[in-house]
Design a protein around this ligand. Structure first.
Ligand SMILES: [Zn+2]
Ligand SMILES: [Zn+2]
Length: 356
């Protein structure tokens, strides 16, 4: 760990008002990815993987229609770096010699139709020492998540692949893994980020609660019994008028599941009602492993922005393409989250994912 990010205390202790929620508390580890230069020995998003030189790099064999737009990951990263540089130094050169060299190398653009098979792109690398919530198989202490940065037939989303390995068993490291020639969306190419893992306690998304618990959260008298001045509690929130009538929406924004990249905890819902996912091998009900988030916080959930970044989180504007809430530049669905689920009975049973 190279830096720290701290989730502010929740505005109220939700279990004081709703002791019924206490048994549903779950631990999550917020990853807090922030731009950096991770090495293969770091936990990272979009960073280089500790990948054995002797092991073939994974590829996606699916057929890809393409979305009509395609750009190489190298060009996507170049454009982002250049915009950030020009923001810092508006009078700087249009292209630095280094940028010019990269541009010339990749100017031909990605092939159409999409190459096949497609080398996967690193999305996340998580060491058990940083994320003790992981439950690796056997002696493994490292989780590597990759994806194919194209849409796929069944659903418009990248196809994910998970690898567990023991870091000590990796001898020679693959120095220059192949990279996909194109990506269907800019948001399918994560920017390299270091992590500041932080353990938090979460409660279920409102949609994940039983009808009985939902009704309790909708009951204003339960909230008033807190003795808190609810008006001032809601004051910092965009949707405060809605909260007056629908305190359960405040619960969802500020007290339930945390937004952003995280391991474990309660999944975000919203695109659909929750539905259970069952293991294809043993039919066990699968559990959330990793949330790949488009945004670390939104207007309604800015109260989850770390203390170290509250000023940036509440700022009204930011430079285009440089939202502090989108440090990884990942965007899936329509500013949604990709949830990766695993089987609690065995990490070796196949995982599944969905967009919410
Ligand atoms: Zn694919
Ligand atoms: Zn299973």
């Amino acid at each position: 760990m190279h830096f720290v990010r701290t989730t502010p205390p929740r505005p109220i202790d939700v279990t004081a008002a709703f002791p019924e929620l206490a048994p549903l508390a779950r631990t999550a580890i917020r990853l807090h990815p922030r731009p950096g230069s991770p090495s293969v020995s770091d936990s990272s998003v979009g960073g280089p993987l500790l990948w054995p030189a002797a092991e073939p790099w994974p590829h996606c064999d699916a057929t890809h229609e393409g979305t009509g737009w395609s750009e190489s990951p190298a060009m996507i990263r170049l454009v982002r770096r250049r915009l950030a540089r020009l923001h810092r130094d508006p009078d700087g050169p249009a292209y630095t010699p280094e940028e010019e060299a990269i541009k010339e190398r990749i100017d031909a653009g990605p092939p159409q139709p999409v190459e096949s098979p497609v080398p996967l792109l690193p999305v996340a690398q998580l060491y058990l020492r940083d994320i003790p919530l992981l439950r690796p198989p056997g002696q493994a202490d490292l989780l590597q998540v990759l994806w194919c940065p194209h849409d796929h037939d069944d659903f418009p989303k990248p196809a994910t692949a998970l690898f567990w390995r023991s870091a000590a068993e990796v001898g020679g490291i693959l120095a220059a893994p192949p990279e996909p020639k194109g990506a269907d969306y800019d948001g399918y190419v994560p920017d390299p980020c270091l992590l500041a893992p932080e353990e938090v306690t979460e409660y279920p998304n409102y949609l994940d609660l039983s009808q009985e618990l939902r009704e309790l959260l909708e009951d204003p008298s339960r909230w008033q019994a807190l003795g808190a001045d609810l008006g001032s509690l809601y004051a910092g929130y965009e949707d405060r008028e809605e909260y007056e009538e629908h305190p359960e929406a405040f619960y969802n924004a500020a007290l339930g599941d945390s937004p952003g990249w995280k391991v474990g905890g309660w999944p975000p819902w919203g695109r659909t009602d929750p539905y259970p996912r069952h293991c294809a091998v043993c039919e066990a009900r699968m559990v959330p492993l990793l949330t790949i988030a488009s945004f670390e916080w939104s207007g309604s959930s800015h109260g989850w922005a770390p203390l170290e970044e509250q000023a940036a989180a509440t700022a009204r504007s930011h430079v285009a393409g440089q939202s502090p809430a989108q440090p990884t530049h990942v965007e899936v669905g329509s500013a949604d989250n990709m949830q990766i689920y695993v089987c609690p009975a065995s990490p070796e049973h196949p995982h599944t994912d969905l967009i919410q």
